[in-house]
Design a protein around this ligand. Structure first.
Ligand code: 5GP
Length: 112
């Protein structure tokens, strides 16, 4: 997979406000927040997008969701929204899998 901004954040080549890290993933604040709290959870494994994940990634994908929820709680969020953009047509701009976690304001449905 081609190097992306997010692999550079993992490697500390570019700075980010990192709020959680373990051996499998990293969570950091989005540079252009769409809510009072907006952070991204990314795997350290370079997976370009969700549809590229394989059966072997099942536990990793579950881990990303658990970390998203626990860091949201750490951030004081009871209600929050997760979003994964898969592909350019779904507004994905950085091709390293990431889970958006947004909170601190009301969210409507459908998302638009
Ligand atoms: P996507 O549109 O691919 O789902 O989301 C990419 C997200 O990454 C966007 O919300 C954008 O603001 C964020 N982003 C892009 N470049 C950087 C960066 O260099 N640092 C941080 N912290 N976030 C970034």
């Amino acid at each position: 997979m081609a190097e992306t901004l997010f692999s550079k954040i993992i490697d500390r080549e570019i700075p980010a406000d990192i709020i959680f890290e373990d051996d499998q993933c990293l969570a950091f604040r989005d540079i252009n927040p769409q809510a009072p709290t907006h952070f991204l959870v990314i795997p350290k494994k370079p997976i370009a997008k969700l549809s590229d994940a394989e059966e072997a990634d099942q536990a990793l994908l579950g881990h990303l969701l658990l970390v998203a929820s626990r860091v949201a709680e750490q951030e004081g969020l009871a209600d929050f929204r997760l979003n994964v953009n898969n592909g350019a047509g779904a507004s994905q701009t950085v091709f390293h899998l990431h889970v958006h976690v947004l909170g601190g304001r009301p969210f409507s449905w459908p998302p638009g």
